[in-house]
Ligand binder design. Structure first.
Ligand code: ZN
Length: 161
């Protein structure tokens, strides 16, 4: 399992629902968490490893890893927050992104148990960022075209070095 980076078409595709949370899915979730920790990220979505299904994992420092299967947003706050974001699929690219400050999400875990989570701060931001990945959306898509092009030029320059 390796992380796909910008330019790979899979990062721009929508993913499919997972029909059954079987041992293969459990295995993939464990692998994704392992890779996430190894890469020192806080979130990793299926498409980033070429697995085109609705799953992402999240792990903030010191807290246990969370697996979200077939997640859906129930509610987001009207209040927003601006914070710097990066992405394992866009190494070296960082930018301020405005997102709702809190989110309520429903999903299934790797054991097939449904859960609802209401959270704010960094975890809310991470969840919204990863949910975007499941629909082929990257954090740079939330920026102005000027800002995005500037970052992309910088990213491409970095990739050539
Ligand atoms: Zn990302």
């Amino acid at each position: 399992m390796e992380i796909l980076t910008l330019g790979n078409e899979l990062l721009r595709q929508r993913t499919e629902r997972i029909n059954s949370i079987n041992s293969e899915v459990t295995h993939i979730a464990a692998k994704m968490l392992e890779l996430l920790i190894q890469q020192k990220g806080i979130g990793l979505a299926g498409p980033q490893v070429g697995y085109m299904h609705r799953i992402f994992v999240a792990k903030l420092e010191k807290s246990p890893g969370l697996v979200f299967i077939n997640p859906s947003v129930i509610e987001t706050s009207e209040e927003t927050e601006k914070c710097e974001e990066g992405c394992l699929s866009l190494p070296g690219v960082w930018a301020d992104v405005v997102r709702p400050s809190s989110v309520r999400v429903q999903a299934w875990n790797e054991k097939g148990r449904p859960f609802t989570l209401e959270t704010n701060g960094l975890l809310a931001r991470c969840i919204l960022h990863e949910l975007d990945h499941l629909d082929g959306v990257l954090f740079i898509d939330h920026l102005s075209e000027v800002k995005r092009n500037r970052l992309l030029a910088k990213f491409e320059k970095g990739q050539r070095v």
